[in-house]
Design a protein around this ligand. Structure first.
Ligand code: SF4
Length: 156
């Protein structure tokens, strides 16, 4: 499972980079591929859920701390559309402390997600709790790419 330290220390980015490399260097379904199955296990541990805006707003309203920062994988695709994720609780505090995000109010976080309308919202578990809400960019997103290759991971 991904941990808060993975996010602040850059390990999560390395994992995303490796996953994207697997997708780019192979074709077709990955359901019988050893590396594909390992990747499926790893990403499933984030228990990603697709959220409506109202569901995302509820997570935000119930959070102890909130921060906003560029979606984690965008550094690998700097030419792609700019969207920002909302981080919650301890992940918010640590991402802000490490300069990857800025602390935000409930209203700012909701406005941030509203600005990215059209990007499916996905919440991921980090250190065992749902802490990252990303307006995902399906063309570059590990979860959406995994789904396309038969590695189903997104719950609705
Ligand atoms: S677009 Fe997908 S891979 Fe990128 S940060 Fe968002 S959820 Fe993660």
């Amino acid at each position: 499972m991904g941990t808060i330290e993975d996010y602040t220390g850059g390990f999560i980015l390395e994992s995303i980079r490796k996953a994207l490399h697997l997708f780019d260097s192979t074709e077709g379904a990955l359901t019988a591929d050893e590396k594909g199955l390992r990747l499926h296990k790893n990403i499933s541990e984030f228990e990603p859920l697709i959220l409506s805006f109202n569901q995302a707003a509820e997570y935000i309203r119930n959070a102890r701390s909130i921060a906003i920062g560029e979606r984690v994988c965008r550094v690998l695709h700097p030419e792609s559309v700019f969207t920002e994720s909302v981080f919650l609780n301890e992940l918010a505090v640590e991402m802000a402390a490490n300069g990857h995000a800025r602390m935000a109010t409930i209203e700012e976080a909701e406005e941030c997600l509203q600005k990215s309308a059209g990007h499916p919202l996905i919440i991921s578990k980090v250190s065992g709790e749902y802490l990252e809400i990303c307006p995902s960019f399906p063309l570059d997103c590990v979860y959406w790419k995994a789904e396309k290759r038969g590695l189903h991971c997104l719950q609705r």
